[in-house]
Design a protein around this ligand. Structure first.
Ligand code: CO
Length: 208
């Protein structure tokens, strides 16, 4: 399954890629270096299988991406908050995608009882989502279904967390309209689900 067996192969892959790109577009990199105008900010999971640009067919410069374990918006996380603020105020991005994925190891760990060390502190953000939906989750029979439902609930909860950030609130006050999107990647089919569009029943969210 893994086509790359050594780190050096990445570097030789890169040389081949540059050659291929220049064959079709001579000035591609010169143009790329001029600046970026991405159309969306995407918050995804760090999982190596979810590569959003590849899955969504986004070229370089089209998606502003931040990734962490279980695509969490934590109000104490200056790293993501800075990315968000930069995206809205400097890059003038008006679309934000929370991009979860089924079979998420972080979500699975949050549901499990065993201790995983430092990461448990980060996953405490997901524990809040579990607590809020304990009733529904307790009625799901299989572990896999439970994980996948929590993946969906977590995406919607993180959208809500995003709405509560100072960056989002300030943008609202300034009359800036930010469109939030909750998407889930299903790596078993390759498809990305739009939670809202698929009408998946989630939290009673306030109207956007
Ligand atoms: Co994950």
């Amino acid at each position: 399954m893994c086509a790359v067996s050594s780190i050096d192969q990445f570097l030789s892959n890169n040389k081949n890629w540059v050659r291929e790109v220049l064959k079709t577009e001579q000035h591609y990199f010169e143009n790329l270096a001029k600046g970026q105008q991405p159309i969306a900010l995407l918050l995804g999971c760090s999982d190596s299988r979810v590569s959003p640009s590849k899955v969504l067919g986004a070229g370089l410069g089209e998606l502003f991406i931040h990734r962490n374990i279980a695509n969490v918006v934590a109000h104490s996380d200056l790293n993501f908050l800075s990315v968000f603020q930069y995206a809205i105020h400097v890059l003038k991005i008006r679309n934000v995608i929370i991009y979860g994925h089924y079979g998420c190891g972080g979500i699975q760990a949050a549901l499990g009882k065993q201790s995983n060390g430092l990461i448990d502190n980060w996953l405490a953000n997901v524990q809040d989502v579990i607590k809020c939906n304990a009733n529904e989750l307790s009625q799901i029979k299989t572990e896999e279904e439970k994980v996948n439902r929590l993946v969906e609930l977590n995406v919607m909860a993180q959208m809500e967390n995003l709405r509560q950030t100072s960056v989002f609130r300030q943008a609202l006050e300034e009359g800036i309209e930010i469109n939030l999107h909750g998407w889930v990647f299903d790596m078993s089919t390759g498809q990305v689900l739009n939670l809202k569009k698929e009408n998946i029943d989630v939290f009673n969210l306030p109207a956007e």
